[in-house]
Design a protein around this ligand. Structure first.
Ligand code: ADP
Ligand code: MG
Length: 246
């Protein structure tokens, strides 16, 4: 395992919003093909951590190393880095005035200079892959939440990222639609996509996760393989959290 490439390494990451110290000395390593699941109560800093990894938020201190390159605001074009680290949000953020396929080809054609025909070909393949081969030309408003989220996943994949970040991808969905989105993410994981997933779906964490990190109050309290963390948590805080949700 140690020979697998480090895709993301975070070292003593700190982030504050004004006086609010939200991330406190976070250390985290994500290796190639790893599925890292982040769990923790609301407000513990999970979204802020993902947003720092995607440079939607800029850290105050610490190091963020993406594929062996230390990324800094003043040394890197963050738009280029963001192409390597795709993100899927709780609220799908699709462009309502574009068709499903239009949503998929937007970034490749606008940001990456992919030729339109090529983007369409690849976009259709991605939509087929997420089970939306019959929805190329419809508008997002006609889709269910689960379908919208699968479009959002395909849209992120269209940029060919090396790592995918998922921030509570099923939290906005009706319960009966959660499964189809988790299956899509699980398939990606099985194909070897490296990913960090914030979720409250503990069944998914256990089944698909290679590592589970428990965050509380801006710190990583404990991490381990899912079976160890869920069945034999070492820290009292982790035990208390798990017994409150399981
Ligand atoms: P989680 O995703 O675990 O629920 P967040 O990362 O969203 O936690 O939030 C962690 C803390 O940071 C919360 O107290 C939240 O209110 C605060 N916070 C998040 N984003 C901002 C922001 N842009 N400005 C000020 N405070 C923020
Ligand atoms: Mg959050």
């Amino acid at each position: 395992m140690s020979e697998k490439q480090e895709m993301i390494r975070v070292d003593k990451l700190n982030k504050s919003f004004g006086d609010l110290h939200v991330l406190k000395d976070i250390d985290l390593t994500v290796r190639e093909s790893d599925v890292v699941v982040l769990i923790g109560a609301s407000g513990s800093g999970k979204s802020t951590l993902l947003r720092c990894l995607n440079f939607l938020e800029i850290k105050n201190s610490g190091e963020i190393i993406i594929e062996n390159e230390q990324i800094e605001l003043h040394t890197h074009n963050l738009n280029n880095v963001r192409q390597r680290v795709g993100m899927v949000f709780q609220h799908f953020n699709l462009f309502p005035h574009k068709t499903v396929l239009g949503n998929i080809i937007e970034a490749p054609t606008q940001v990456k200079d992919v030729k339109k025909e090529q983007a369409i070909k690849e976009g259709k393949e991605l939509l087929d892959k997420v089970g939306l081969g019959d929805k190329y030309d419809v508008y997002p408003s006609t889709l269910s939440g689960g379908q919208k989220q699968r479009v959002a996943i395909a849209r992120a994949l269209a940029m060919k990222p090396d790592v995918m970040l998922f921030d509570e991808p099923t939290s906005a969905l009706d319960p009966e639609l959660v499964g189809e989105v988790l299956s899509t993410i699980k398939e990606l994981a099985e194909e070897g996509m490296t990913m960090v997933v914030v979720t409250h779906e503990m069944g998914f964490a256990r089944e698909v996760g290679d590592w589970v990190f428990y965050m509380h109050d801006g710190k990583i309290v404990e991490y381990g393989p899912p079976n160890e963390l869920f069945d034999n948590p070492k820290e009292e805080r982790t035990q208390a959290f798990l017994s409150s949700i399981l």
